[in-house]
Design a protein around this ligand. Structure first.
Ligand code: C5P
Length: 396
């Protein structure tokens, strides 16, 4: 719970800044110590006097004032959590790019504690690819998004972009602090993304996997305290988290070798990568010329990482695989679970709208021993990762 926790509340210049007063009051009432930081624009919306009275501490807003100058480093070490609420598009962009021209961004860069951010802006600003990219960047740094709400906005428009309600933010922080770190001291292996199998130096056989599902799982495991080795095939994602060690690989063979190198030291492994089943048997060392009317490529099997780890698995190790199916889904998933010696398998069917490679959402069914299944609704991949990790924790 937030009682006794040291919380930095960073407020930037949105009309939702008025909600920060209520948030401060709720946190102080719940027994937290709250240090408020404001951007200069935020002080146009709500006075520092209001917030210093509610937080019972001086508010820092002027970067060049003597008391603020060095405080960002000290504060970054002092806090148990940094909450950015409301977070404007401008400050979000500064955080994403590390542009530390005010005390709030400088503290963000110095902070070693978990960071939560609650954006607030007009619907079109929120939907703009630039904003969405910056949100993704912050998430890839391990920061946690407090989702925006839907409804009436200060502009008069209706849509997404409202800052989460202060009560929701307090509930989320309470969950965060009471959840603790159930996986502290545990090691996890996660494979994610596609593999590329070379045909020649410039061509490959690959697939559409983005790596999003596996990266979300790795981040969830890390947030719960596990040390994670994330073995990621070619993917544009770049997860950064103090508990995640990233190993970038290309081919199934490289993924296999990287996985075997760490598996014996791990307590759990989640194999979400879409590994190629076949690779060109004799990749050409020079670019293949277009001098024949047709051509054939001989393929050979790649190593099955899941099966290899299943065969090596010792008592106490938990192994989870994925099955992406287009027909006879449950039957195929059950057979795969058994054949690869997995503790459970995550089934997603391409027949379900919103599931699979091209989406930010997924719809899964977990298949356990003895044909036991657990079915879930369509959710964001981040929420699906939470469900998978919750099931995994029952085995650890
Ligand atoms: O047999 P299939 O490829 O459908 O099985 C999917 C599961 O096996 C996934 O967990 C996937 O990561 C894993 N797999 C693997 N190595 C392979 C092929 C699949 O680890 N070569």
């Amino acid at each position: 719970m937030v009682k006794g926790k040291k919380i930095i509340l960073g407020i930037s210049g949105s009309i939702a800044a008025y909600k920060a007063a209520h948030l401060t009051r709720l946190l102080v009432k719940a027994g937290a110590e709250v240090q408020v930081l404001m951007t200069r624009a935020a002080t146009d919306f709500i006075t520092p006097l209001t917030l210093s009275t509610l937080s019972k501490r001086p508010v820092l807003s002027d970067f060049h004032a003597e008391e603020s100058w060095n405080n960002h480093v000290e504060l970054g070490l002092w806090a148990d959590v940094l909450v950015l609420a409301p977070l404007t598009a401008t400050t979000l962009a500064k955080l994403a790019s590390g542009l530390a021209d005010n005390v709030l961004v400088a503290t963000y860069l110095s902070a070693r504690c978990p960071v939560f951010f609650a954006p607030a802006m007009d619907v079109d600003m929120w939907k703009h690819p630039s904003t969405q990219r910056n949100v993704q960047l912050l998430e890839s740094y391990g920061n946690r998004l407090i989702p925006v709400g839907f409804g009436e906005l200060a502009s008069g428009l209706t849509g997404e972009g409202r800052m989460a309600e202060p009560e929701e933010i307090v509930a989320l922080l309470n969950d965060f602090f009471s959840e603790g770190q159930p996986l502290a001291g545990k090691r996890a292996l996660v494979t994610a993304g596609p593999t590329y199998e070379a045909i020649d130096p410039v061509r490959f056989i690959g697939n559409y996997s983005s790596g999003k599902m596996g990266v979300a799982i790795a981040e969830r495991l890390a947030a719960l305290g596990a040390q994670v080795d994330l073995i990621l095939g070619p993917s544009s994602l770049n997860p950064v988290h103090p508990h995640i060690r990233l190993h970038r690989v290309r081919s199934a063979q490289e993924m296999y070798e990287a996985s075997l190198a760490v598996f014996d030291q791990t307590d759990m492994a989640v194999l979400s990568a879409a590994v190629a089943d076949y690779r060109p048997a004799n990749p050409a060392s020079e670019k293949i010329k277009k001098d024949k009317a047709d051509m054939r490529i001989d393929l050979e099997s790649t190593p099955d990482i899941a099966a290899a780890l299943g065969a090596r698995k010792k008592a106490g190790q938990v192994l989870v695989g994925f099955a992406l199916e287009t027909e006879n889904e449950l039957e195929n998933a059950r057979a795969k679970r058994q054949k690869k010696n997995l503790d459970f398998i995550v089934l997603n069917s391409l027949r379900d709208a919103g599931a699979g490679f091209h989406h930010d959402t997924n719809k899964i069914t977990l298949v356990f021993e003895g044909n036991k299944t657990e079915e879930f609704q369509l959710k964001s991949k981040r929420e699906v990762a939470d469900d998978i990790v919750a099931a995994l924790i029952r085995f650890v």
